[in-house]
Write a protein that binds this ligand. Sequence first.
Ligand SMILES: Cc1cc2nc3c(=O)[nH]c(=O)nc-3n(C[C@H](O)[C@H](O)[C@H](O)COP(=O)(O)OP(=O)(O)OC[C@H]3O[C@@H](n4cnc5c(N)ncnc54)[C@H](O)[C@@H]3O)c2cc1C
Length: 443
Amino acid sequence: MRKQHENSRAGLPERAETVILGAGLTGLIAARELLSSGRRDILILEREARPGGLLKTNREFGVTIDELPHVFFTKNKRASAIFKKLAGPVYSYRHSLGVMWKDGYVDFPFQDNINQLGLEEKKLVLRSLLEKRLEKKEPVLRNLEDYALRELGSGIVDLFFRPYNEKLWQTPLAGMEYAWLSSKIRLPGPAGLADSILGGGRSATGDVAPHADFIYPRRGGIEALAEGLLRAIKPLALFCGVEAVRIDPKLRIVHTSRGAVCYKNLISTLPLGRAVRLAGLKDCSRAVSRLRATRVVCLQYALSEVKLPPYHWIYVPDPALPFYRLTRVDLINPKAVPGGKALLAECALPVSCSSAGLEKRVTSALAGLGIVKKKDIKKVWSSDHFPAYPVPHARRREDVPLCLRRLSAAGIISAGRFGEWSIYNMDHSIEAGISAAEKITLS
Ligand SMILES: Cc1cc2nc3c(=O)[nH]c(=O)nc-3n(C[C@H](O)[C@H](O)[C@H](O)COP(=O)(O)OP(=O)(O)OC[C@H]3O[C@@H](n4cnc5c(N)ncnc54)[C@H](O)[C@@H]3O)c2cc1C
């Protein structure tokens, strides 16, 4: 991977048949697809010094800890085959997940394990479900709050769903749409809720969420996927440290921090609003002004010991704790810290908020919870990511298609997690890269 950076010191070509903006998973997959269809006049431009986008692994001092926690799960056979081919041998797991709850933990999904809560909480959940049944009118579903209340009742919403999601998204439930939710969690329905409250329910079968079975590269962390892709597209030109700063769709020129490039086809994996602005598409400026993303700061701990139940990851709804999720990296990759343990803490921060002091706050919280002893900390790293989660804001279903249509009319194929402003996982990004390439090869 590092060899291809040497390109960044050479001069940029003045033209290329296809220019791809962004060397994350979507851009690299699109390049691989174009190459395999016989196209070679492709130029990939990446703003960062290193390709891979979100797929970065910290490998300092012999550790292998992803900057952001990543595991691969999908029902999509094509994406799964591509992942395995590119990332090499994998570990396979049936997940075991928890929710940090009061002085202990309950199994995830929270809504499937209400029987593990205290009596008062069980009563709260049950009462809210019974009250819901007595409501005469079918509720109007305006937003995620309405939808969650209808599906889960106010007990589960107030105990877990609201605090966790508002912490993660940094957005009130009433400010978000809900179409995305059913692809991320399995909603229990009446029979499932009965099992959940009384015990002995479906969570015991493990069929609980789209990520119930997941795989992870045996070597190199999640960045092994990006490295596999870079090997696959080796004949192509990839320039790192080059930022797209303006797009002239009429003349088909991308202006960059290193000069202008003429193109015939353009794939952008940049954040949707950024691509719209770079292309000067003023008629979507109101839609763009509503697009918001979260910022995630991850702290990666190399430890000699950690005290946690053996969950792969743990959701943390408590608003008083600075992290929303803890991942036991060493249970996913046993070689993450040779002879030690690895823990990843994810924190969602307002975009303009300083992260100074965050490491101290997270370490104190972990120590206060008895998870980590300060003497057991070998080293801590931090990485700051923005955008991280595109927020499914209330008008997403109008704003995003409008921007995509305008870009398409301007001859720009916008693709990927941020290019399509969707909560895409790696399998979706693989499909997004393939479909972006097909818009060129099939045209
Ligand atoms: C916290 C977190 C956890 C996740 N966990 C999982 C998981 O467990 N499993 C899973 O399947 N998926 C997970 N994902 C999603 C997964 O990371 C993405 O689907 C995928 O990596 C997105 O790839 P992309 O190429 O679309 O975007 P990116 O990786 O963001 O790539 C876009 C690239 O464009 C570059 N760029 C931006 N602006 C410019 C510019 N002006 N000029 C040139 N280049 C530019 C960026 O530097 C970046 O490299 C997670 C994501 C996050 C944030």
